[in-house]
Each structure stands twice: as C-alpha cells, then as structure tokens.
Design a protein around this ligand. Structure first.
Ligand code: HH2
Length: 386
C-alpha cells in the first residue's frame, strides 16, 4: 500500500504532494512501481498534529481521488480518514476502501456497509494531538488484540470486512512498538488481514539512536522484511514503493525456493501381503500365517522437486521376502523399517535418500489372530526416524 499524503504538514513528506496534480502524478508513479493499493490521506496524524475541518479535508481529497480515477490505474484507492462524512464522499467519488486510524466506530461501519467497502481499523491510544504524552498499557499485545478483535466482530455485525492494524507509533512507546512487532502473529489469530505501517516512523529514530526522517528507509525495509519473511502482515503501508517491491519480490523468490525444499512426498503401500511363521507359542509358529503390512514413508523433495528418479523412491517389491521368522509382529515391523532404510540408502548409492526420509511408519497386522479374537485388528506399528 503506497502512501499518498495530500497534506501540507505530514511528518514524512509534508507538502510534497499537496497540489492535486503533484498528488495524481505521485499515485501514477507508485502504481507503476508496483503498489497494489494507494492510501490517500488529507489530515496529518503525526504526533501533535492539529485536526482539519471536514470542508478542508474534502477540498484536498476529492480532486485527487477524481484525478486518479481518470487515469484508470487499475489500483484500488483507500481513503485515510477518521470522519465518516469524509469517507462517504470519498467512496462516492471513486475510493474503494476506508482506512480509519480511530478504529472504525459505528458511524464509520455504517458508511462502509452502505458502500459495500472494506475498512482498516487501526488501534490508537488517545488522539494525535496528545497520544505520545504518556502511553500506558498493562499488556500492550493482549489489549490491542482484544480491541481489534472487537472491531472485527463489530464489522461483522454490519456485514463489513474489517482489516486490523496495531497502529505503530499511535500512543505507543518504543517498547510498546517493539512488543507489537515481535508478536504480530498474535494479531493474525484474529482471523482478519493484518495491515502494518512502520514507514519512516519515529520509533526507528529511537531504536537506531538518532536517524532523521529522510534517512529511515533502511530501518523501514528491515522491519518490513521481518514482517514479510515471517508472513505476519498482509499489507505493508509504505512511502517508498520501489524499494518495497524489491523487498517483496526477493522474499517471494526465496520463499518459493524454501517451499520446494520442504515439499514433502508420502509414499504409501497398504495391505502388502506377507506370509511368516510368527507367534508366541510353537503351535502358532507351526504354519506360516498371512500378515498385512502397511508402510508410509515421508520424503523431503530436493531443491529441484521430484526428479522422477527411481533411486529417490522406495522399492516395496522385496517386502514379502523380509518376513523373517520372528516371534513378535513388533520385531517384524522394526526389521521391515530398518530394511527399508538400508535398502534406500543402498539404492541411492550412499546416504542421499536416507537423508530425504523424514519419517517411516510400518504397521503389521495379523488378520487370522484378529478373526480368532473377534477383534477389528491385531498388530504392531513402529515409527522410524533417521
Ligand atoms: N500511519 C499513518 C497514517 N495512517 N494508517 C494505518 N492504517 N496505519 C498506519 O500505521 C498509519 C495510517 C502515519 O503516517 P503518514 O501518513 O506518513 O504521516 P501523517 O499522518 O503525518 O500524514
């Protein structure tokens, strides 16, 4: 989500895109750089900022929304406002979504429901003018999680999709921000998409020991890379779209590679019939009896995925021959498992495949004994790990 501030006083880029034409051109540029959403705000929310009256907010927002609409960029627009009337007018002018730093109260949800628009509900303690004076929480993560879960439930009552945002820097100390960032997965458990806005924020200045706003790109990228790599945020709200496109593509490529490494294949053989002299008493062992063997092998595929190489699978053909004369089905199951381990490592000309076996389960059942006992199944199972 690319940030478009049509304000004279935003902390990060105040004044740069205040003129409607400059704002529209900046939106065009962010879309070309790969933004999937553009968030247009006309009221600065920086700590200490003064509120803007509705008429002024609309005078800033509407020409920009209409101007971007004429470009037909194919990128949805969200309107960053805490005023339901402003959201209403912005949606009517062509915006698709609401971003409410004040948490999307009832009136905002009613506007969203009327337009069928989703809403980002952000957490803020206090109001921008005073929020950084003395923020206090008993348990910042739990309190914000409960608050946002409640907003999602309120949205549901109105039939509105609510996305959640912990509101980094909004009535939070450095410690609070770090606790939230380190525990974003807790917010994911709410079951709504998580939006994260850390771009150029002043907690980076405190974290990194004095970094002016125009030098916070590296810190911003680092925190967003953390969230992207751990897959704990769904939308990153950023001023610098191009560097974040690079971040997202690099992490995406690595994730794809890792997923291929961790693809698991299960090779199954069920109900392979073996005959073996087995049993506790010598009468039992007098005649070979029929046994059923089930085998599940979990293999980790290599970096190149499945290579269709016979050396990479498990040969069950010789299984029947493994049915040694043993007294216990447990022993037989263990021997079959060990034999598959040996067999596969031999077939792979060493230990390649053995390393690929993540787990191996062998179960041997005795249908005759089950029948005699009137039981559904009698047998033994072993779990074998390399
Ligand atoms: N942060 C800002 C504004 N709106 N919305 C959401 N959902 N999440 C955020 O973290 C968030 C937000 C503040 O950043 P910016 O827009 O750059 O500054 P300003 O409010 O001064 O315009």
């Amino acid at each position: 989500m690319g940030v478009l501030n049509v304000t004279p006083d935003s902390f990060s880029d105040g004044g740069s895109f205040h003129a409607p034409e400059a704002a529209v051109q900046h939106a065009r540029r962010m879309a070309a750089e790969g933004a999937d959403l553009i968030d247009i705000g006309a009221e600065s929310t920086r700590p200490g900022a003064e509120p803007v009256v509705l008429s002024e907010e609309l005078a800033r927002l509407l020409p920009v929304i209409e101007g971007i609409g004429r470009l037909d960029l194919g990128v949805p627009l969200s309107v960053d406002t805490a005023k339901p009337e402003a959201a209403d007018r912005a949606l009517a002018a062509g915006a698709h979504m609401i971003n409410d730093i004040s948490g999307a109260g009832e009136a905002m949800l009613e506007v969203a429901a009327r337009h069928g628009a989703p809403v980002i509900a952000m957490h803020m303690q206090g109001e921008p003018r005073t929020m950084q004076r003395e923020p206090r929480y008993d348990d910042v993560v739990a309190e914000i999680r409960n608050y946002l879960a409640e907003r999602v439930a309120a949205g549901r009552r109105h039939g509105v999709d609510v996305l959640v945002d912990p509101g980094i820097g909004f009535g939070k100390t450095l410690e609070h921000n770090l606790d939230l960032l380190a525990n974003l997965d807790e917010l994911q458990q709410i079951g709504a998409p998580v939006v994260l806005g850390v771009s150029r924020k002043s907690f980076l200045d405190r974290l990194l020991g004095g970094v002016p706003v125009e030098e916070r790109l590296s810190g911003t990228l680092a925190v967003n890379a953390w969230a992207a790599a751990l897959e704990i945020a769904d939308i990153l709200r950023v001023h610098d779209v191009e560097p974040h496109r690079q971040l997202a593509e690099s992490i995406g490529a690595l994730r794809l590679r890792r997923d291929r490494w961790t693809t698991r294949r299960r090779v199954l053989a069920r109900g392979v019939v073996c005959r073996s002299r087995i049993g506790v008493t010598s009468e039992e062992r007098a005649e070979p009896q029929e046994l059923l063997v089930d085998i599940d092998v979990t293999l980790t595929a290599g970096a190149r995925g499945t290579r269709d190489d016979l050396a990479e699978t498990v040969d069950y053909a010789e299984l029947a021959a493994i049915a040694h004369e043993v007294r216990l089905v447990e022993t037989l199951a263990e021997r079959i498992a060990a034999s598959i381990g040996r067999e596969t490592s031999k077939a792979a000309g060493g230990s390649t495949l053995r390393r690929r076996i993540e787990s191996l389960r062998v179960r041997v059942t005795k249908p005759r004994a089950a029948r005699e006992l009137g039981a559904a199944e009698v047998g033994a199972e072993v779990d074998w790990r390399p």
